[in-house]
Design a protein around this ligand. Structure first.
Ligand SMILES: CC(C)(COP(=O)(O)OP(=O)(O)OC[C@H]1O[C@@H](n2cnc3c(N)ncnc32)[C@H](O)[C@@H]1OP(=O)(O)O)[C@@H](O)C(=O)NCCC(=O)NCCS
Length: 190
């Protein structure tokens, strides 16, 4: 757990241009506090504790504006900048080295049961205000532009997607203009 905490801290120091010092970041970077509290809540959730994980998550939301369900699975070195308004749902999965700004939603559509939230591969970037809905897959290295809206569409690896509804504007660094493929999970509830 301490190793995870240290890696999360290092991710802030590496990614946040405004991070001045380790002490200041530990004391004042509220999205980092939210991630640390999530890591404790997730460990307690995995042990099967009934209400404490949700209580911790509610406490983190109150103090940081970041709401992460304790059952969500989040990889190493996760960095959230600013944080307020981030919502990460119960069955969301996030790979290693992902970056996310404020007001991002990894949510459900309301039509699915079981796995109903997005899965992000490693090194995914999600800009401020992006909304990703449903059990969709976002491939490794994808970049989701600020304000993008994605509903039941998968995002291929190494693409940049922007807009409402989101479209692919870059693939492997080359400018393109293409639709996102329908989510492999399908439009209907499993
Ligand atoms: C999408 C993003 C990651 C850039 O990725 P990129 O691969 O470097 O893409 P580019 O900047 O080359 O843009 C490619 C095209 O998408 C457009 N575009 C970029 N970001 C966009 C956005 N958020 N919404 C709509 N269009 C966007 C560009 O205008 C460009 O279109 P054009 O070629 O027709 O002019 C970046 O623009 C972005 O949205 N970052 C989020 C930053 C953020 O959340 N900041 C919060 C700070 S508090």
């Amino acid at each position: 757990m301490l190793r995870l905490f240290r890696e999360d801290l290092r991710a802030v120091l590496q990614n946040d241009a405004a991070a001045r010092s380790t002490v200041e970041t530990v004391l004042a970077h509220s999205p980092l506090h939210a991630i640390w509290i999530y890591r404790i809540a997730h460990a307690l959730y995995a042990l099967g504790l009934p209400w404490l994980p949700r209580l911790l998550s509610a406490f983190a939301r109150f103090g940081t504006g970041v709401e992460i369900h304790p059952a969500a699975r989040i990889g190493r070195r996760f960095f959230i900048d600013h944080g307020t308004g981030v919502v990460i749902g119960e069955t969301a999965e996030i790979g290693d080295d992902c970056v996310m700004f404020h007001n991002v939603t990894l949510g459900g559509t309301g039509k699915h049961e079981g796995k109903r939230h997005p899965t992000l591969g490693d090194s995914v970037f999600v800009g401020t205000g992006a909304t990703l809905l449903g059990p969709i897959r976002v491939g490794r290295g994808a970049r989701i532009g600020a304000g993008a809206f994605i509903h039941m569409r998968d995002v291929p690896a190494e693409t940049t997607v922007v807009g409402v509804p989101a479209r692919i504007v870059k693939q492997d660094g080359t400018r393109v203009d293409a639709e996102l493929p329908r989510a492999a999970a399908g439009e209907t509830a499993p």
